[in-house]
Ligand binder design. Structure first.
Ligand code: ATP
Ligand code: MG
Ligand code: MG
Ligand code: MG
Length: 469
């Protein structure tokens, strides 16, 4: 079986042979972009090369980039455990041209890699192009010999990439693999496209234009290429699996979770094991890159992922903190490719252990409260916002954790009620302060408390945490 480690090096070696510099992954906390929560694609570390602000001694590069999509524009937290193809942490492999080659070579390289190096069956592949991009459609026909019906024209933003409101932008072309009619889902552009039958494996962006503030565009002097292929997705294909979580690496983590909880990896707890394995990766890599759990910004996203994982561990019957015990399995699987994991191992274990020990003090009671609340409600009714707020405020349950717990039971939260309860508590705190006779600017104090967390559990709700960065 080709391991994910082998696939990673096959990809990098292939592009190295085509003259690309092999560049290391950048950290998950972007150095050059305070507006971005976490590095969420391969191009992040190269932004300044695409805009021409910076030049380096190479004009082509290839990477396997650590990515986290658990906040901000790309948030796959709610997909984990539910789809075959999403993780919160994954590796995006890519090749980049900075004003060097363009569409033709990009398509040629990717087709050669997929069908010759990786040996995928060309009949199972289909591609999308932006609806006006005849050039790309013609190239796929010429190079790959794809028939028209497997070159799908898409008119939405899915196939038009923009770096931001202004700056480099252009059409993109994506490669999909058809896993066959036994699996639910439809081709890209169809109403069932979110299913897992047709799985997107590669996004190839053609940076062709520059967009200005007034919405006009001009051709870039330096046309560039930016691509991203999920290692776990191509890994599943090459290991003859449909599901990313059945690849060698994810499977080892799932088995470690099953072993540590003396449970069946494929039994009733299957989804919990998948979430635990996924969140183990994102939390450990974030800690290794210097993020610590806190009540604001990046640290609060980390805390939310950790606590979600801890509830799933609890559902597996873990009597003691679980997550930190799985770190050795992760280091074993990924430590060679990412030495920072081994270096930070003690810090990761201690941070996970301390957070889980603390959260377990309220987790049990919170879950009991949740069950009591639900049993008093009519069938299918949403959990009242007050109850979700109490779980948040008193038991340290981020709103998304409560929603995640309810989703398993087919229930939801009254989020408007939750927001109202939050607003009411803030108003009360302000009034209490104002009534205390202090001359300090109460609003100012409250704002500070808001930013830094007045109490252990008074954190941001999802939107505030994300809006802030
Ligand atoms: P999807 O439509 O399946 O959510 P996407 O369009 O959001 O994927 P892109 O932003 O185009 O993905 O990222 C490029 C590639 O990175 C994808 O083609 C896929 O192979 C991989 N990828 C994206 N998100 C994830 C994820 N959450 N987990 C694993 N791989 C991912
Ligand atoms: Mg996505
Ligand atoms: Mg997509
Ligand atoms: Mg895509």
């Amino acid at each position: 079986m080709t391991s994910l480690a082998d696939i990673r090096s096959t990809f990098l070696d292939f592009y190295k042979r085509q003259g690309h510099a092999v560049v290391s992954s950048s950290p998950l906390v972007p150095r050059n972009d305070p507006t971005l929560m976490f590095t969420n694609s391969g191009m992040v570390q190269f932004k300044n090369l695409f805009t021409g602000v910076e030049t380096r001694d190479y004009s082509r590069a290839t990477t396997a980039q650590k990515c986290v999509r658990a906040g901000g524009k790309h948030n796959d937290l709610d997909n984990v455990g539910y789809t075959a193809r999403h993780h919160t942490f994954f590796e995006m492999m890519g090749n980049f041209s900075f004003g060097d080659y363009f569409k033709e070579e990009a398509i040629r390289y990717s087709w050669e890699l997929l069908t010759r190096e990786f040996g995928l069956n060309p009949d199972k592949l289909l591609v999308t192009v932006f609806h006006t991009d005849d050039e790309a459609a013609d190239l796929w026909k010429k190079i790959a010999g794809l028939p028209d019906e497997r070159i799908i024209r898409i008119a939405t933003s899915d196939n038009f990439w923009m770096m931001g409101p202004t700056g480099p932008c252009g059409p993109c072309s994506e490669v999909f693999y058809d896993h066959g009619p036994e699996i639910w889902g439809g081709p890209p552009g169809s109403p069932e496209e979110d299913g897992d039958r047709f799985i997107e494996i590669w996004n190839i962006v053609f940076m062709q234009y520059e967009q200005f503030e007034d919405g006009t565009r001009r051709d870039l002097d330096q046309q560039s290429i930016d691509t991203g292929m999920g290692l776990e997705r191509i890994g599943a294909l090459l290991q003859g699996k449909h599901d990313n979580y059945d690849t060698d690496l994810m499977r080892s983590l799932i088995e470690a979770s099953a072993h540590a909880t003396s449970s069946d990896p494929d039994g009733d707890g299957k989804v919990h094991h998948r979430v635990v394995a996924d969140h183990l990766r994102s939390t450990s890599f974030l800690i290794a890159d210097g993020v610590m759990p806190s009540n604001e910004g990046r640290g609060y996203v980390l805390r939310r992922i950790m606590r979600r994982a801890m509830r799933h561990a609890h559902q597996l019957g873990a009597q003691d903190p679980l997550m930190h015990r799985l770190v050795p399995a992760l280091v074993q699987e990924m430590g060679a490719a990412y030495p920072e994991l081994g270096q930070a191992r003690a810090l990761i274990e201690e941070t996970l252990r301390a957070e889980e020990t603390r959260f377990r003090q309220t987790l049990d009671r919170g879950l009991r409260l949740l069950d009591d609340e639900l049993s008093g409600l009519p069938e299918g009714a949403a959990l009242p916002g007050q109850a979700a707020f109490k779980l948040y405020d008193t038991y340290g349950f981020p709103l998304d954790l409560t929603q995640d717990a309810l989703r398993e039971k087919g229930r939801t939260v009254d989020t408007e009620g939750f927001d109202a309860a939050m607003a009411e508590q803030k108003a009360k705190a302000r009034a209490a302060w104002a009534g205390s006779g202090e001359v300090a600017d109460a609003t100012h104090w409250y704002d500070l408390a808001d930013q830094h967390g007045a109490t252990e559990f008074l954190g941001y709700d999802t939107e505030e945490a994300e809006g802030q960065i």
